[in-house]
Write a protein that binds this ligand. Structure first.
Ligand code: PMP
Length: 418
């Protein structure tokens, strides 16, 4: 397929060149070649709006928040709480108090495992996940199940990398205390039918956590429309800073949950005899919060809304369609993950070449991809491979960059004939 093939009408106004101007890192030239950054599922680059806001905050507005009586502290508090409002709006959450700042998706899941699942799990109980999960949405459940004598149950995927819904439904039983499912697979790109999965789980009386780490940067997320009970995502994958993420939880569930960490910032009153904890979200934000990171995240989410999540999704769809068609021409290349609903993630292997060799050769062409198990070893096991190469697209990638990738793969094939 040619990179100049007719575009769907929705993309007519998508000015990728103007967007690229906003990402200074894209001017980098690794090995003297233009950078082609296709590792967006690992982490995304930052637009100038985020970088400038961080610099301005540290240079002119920096202070600790919530307890300061001075002006800088009061202003920093307003900015931090403004970021919470940005996250609320981004997720279309009903209440500001349902938005908890955490370090990232991993910490959000660990918080729910410790404060929601642990007190509810008895021996013989079950937590249901899918075979598509990132390690971050496996290991915390496995650990809490082991601690409580409960069982981790896994709904299988089919050969395309799609969750088999009937199998998911069959595993929702009287002992299931929680289902934890990814919205978008980082390893294969599969978009799970999470609304349907939530409906099935709720019909069985089971609350649902959705791991939105890969969905938040590329799909419109509406937690009220989805009807989930918890939703987590990471700032660094949504074009924002590292060290910040969001756990959204239903008010009535958060209100019942004990703290995850204790210390300053999460209390009403402390004596040596006892401590009264604050209400959510403060109850879950012990210690000095990542103020700058939260403010940067708020700017990143506003940036995504301005570009338009629907436009980003459509653009990534187009890049994925182009790349899928083009790499199919490379002899001995096999795509893993062919589910009907996919986000901009292309995972593949090539006969006779280790994924790390492919990654290294592409790197020398300026193309940054991920080679490995993508923190999803069970997915690799399901497909009988130790690793794949993963090209994952972001809002600033272009059809021309896809062509560079394909030329790089032709070079790999030349060096390692099929
Ligand atoms: N879930 C998925 C689907 C992911 O892709 C990732 C990050 N690769 C995580 C969870 C964990 O996110 P973080 O490392 O930012 O906490």
């Amino acid at each position: 397929m040619s990179a100049t093939a007719a575009r769907p009408a929705v993309l007519a106004g998508y000015d990728v060149e103007a967007l690229r101007e906003e990402f200074p890192v894209l001017a980098t030239r690794p090995y003297g070649k233009p950078l082609v950054y296709f590792d967006n599922a690992a982490t995304t680059q930052k637009p100038r709006a985020v970088l400038d806001r961080l610099a301005r905050f540290y240079a002119h507005e920096y202070a600790a928040i919530h307890r300061g009586v001075h002006l800088l502290s009061a202003q920093a508090t307003v900015a931090y709480e403004g970021a919470r409002e940005a996250a609320r709006r981004f997720l279309n959450a009903a209440r500001l108090t349902e938005v908890v700042f955490v370090r990232g998706a991993t910490e959000g899941i660990n918080l729910v495992a410790a404060s929601f699942a642990r007190p509810r799990l008895a021996p013989g109980d079950e937590i249901l996940i899918t075979a598509l999960e990132h390690h971050s949405n496996i290991v915390p459940w496995q650990a809490v199940c082991a601690e409580r004598g409960a069982k981790l149950v896994v709904a299988p995927i089919d050969d395309r990398g799609a969750v088999i819904l009937e199998e998911f439904e069959r595993r929702l039983g009287p002992h299931t205390k929680l289902a934890a499912v990814t919205h978008v697979s980082n390893a294969l790109g599969t978009i799970n039918p999470v609304a349907e999965m939530i409906r099935l789980a709720h019909a069985a009386g089971v609350p649902v956590l959705v791991d939105g780490a890969q969905a938040a940067p590329r799909l419109t997320v509406d937690v009220q429309a989805l009807g989930c009970d918890f939703y987590v995502f990471s700032g660094h994958k949504t074009y924002g800073p590292t060290g910040i993420g969001v756990l959204w939880g239903r008010q009535e569930l958060l209100a019942e949950m004990p703290p995850y960490q204790t210390g300053g910032g999460m209390i009403r009153a402390v004596t040596f005899e006892e401590t009264l904890y604050d209400a959510p979200p403060a109850r879950f934000e012990a210690g000095t919060p990542p103020v700058a990171e939260a403010i940067g995240l708020g700017v990143a989410l506003g940036y995504l809304e301005r570009v338009g999540l629907d436009a980003i999704a459509a653009w990534e769809d187009e890049l994925l369609a182009l790349a899928t068609a083009a790499v199919a021409e490379v002899p001995g290349l096999r795509i893993l993950g062919t589910a009907p609903a996919k986000a901009g993630v292309l995972s593949f292997v090539m006969a006779g070449v280790h994924p790390h060799d492919i990654g290294t050769i592409l790197d020398h062409e300026g193309v940054a991809v991920r080679a490995g198990h993508h923190c999803a070893q069970p997915v690799m096991d399901r497909f009988g491979v130790p690793a794949t190469v993963r090209a994952s697209f972001g809002l600033y990638n272009t059809p021309a960059e896809v062509e560079t990738l394909v030329r790089g793969l032709a070079r790999v094939r030349h060096l390692f004939p099929a």
